[in-house]
Design a protein. Structure first.
Length: 219
């Protein structure tokens, strides 16, 4: 099967671009970050610190995260509950970054991601797709953008989802925290694969980024 792996830090535009690239190619889109968000949400619900390396492995062993696709859209099920609309809050974003640093969580999620990629042509985005999850992907892209641009995008995204009085400084701090956490975790940290094509999306439109990725994919 064929795969486009899109990696990059928080707010670089990975999910938006990946969805559009998948649509243009007629391939399946898999948002891997949503899977970690589901695990982060469960930890918050149970009152477990998302970075607790003693309690989180036991939690994830008793957790079912399922990805379903309906009408081209991805739905995320946590222990049978559709949590697609509950996993985009700032608190869950931070929790997702913390749980993803726990090796037991990462191993469990990567197993599911590879299983999906084995039977579908996929566009997959995340932090370690090209370096760890799908190292043999036919196309690898690393998206980045300035901290200011990524903060602006995340604030706009939250406002479009109905949030009011969004604290821009808090959003910036959350992104900086996730950047550090993702780049310094022990297993499969955020990094640009040696054979990945770097695209700085600062100042670029979504369409321009999509076209750049499609050219790299040979489409």
């Amino acid at each position: 099967m064929r795969a486009v792996a899109i990696d990059g830090p928080a707010g670089a535009g990975k999910s938006t671009v990946a969805k559009l690239v998948a649509r243009r190619l007629g391939w399946l889109y898999l948002d891997t970050g949503a899977m970690y968000r589901a695990a982060g949400l469960k930890a918050l619900r149970l009152g477990i610190a998302p970075g607790d390396r003693e309690r989180i492995p036991a939690m994830i062993a008793d957790t079912d995260v399922e990805i379903r696709f309906a009408d081209g859209a991805q739905r995320v099920l946590l222990d049978g509950e559709d949590v697609t609309g509950l996993i985009r809050t700032p608190d869950v974003s931070v929790a997702a970054s913390d749980v993803s640093a726990v090796p037991a969580v990462r191993l469990r999620m990567v197993e599911l991601q590879r299983r999906i990629a084995a039977v579908h042509d996929v566009v997959m985005d995340g932090r370690d797709i090209g370096t760890y999850v799908l190292p043999d992907a036919s196309c690898k892209v690393f998206l980045s953008a300035s901290l200011e641009e990524r903060t602006r995008r995340r604030v706009l995204d939250l406002e479009e989802r109905g949030a009011v009085d969004v604290d821009q400084d808090a959003v910036r701090r959350d992104i900086e925290y996730r950047d550090y956490n993702d780049a310094h975790r022990a297993l499969a940290p955020l990094a640009q694969a040696e054979d990945a094509f770097l695209v700085d999306t600062t100042g670029m439109t979504v369409d321009q980024v999509v076209e750049a990725v499609l050219r790299r994919a040979g489409a």
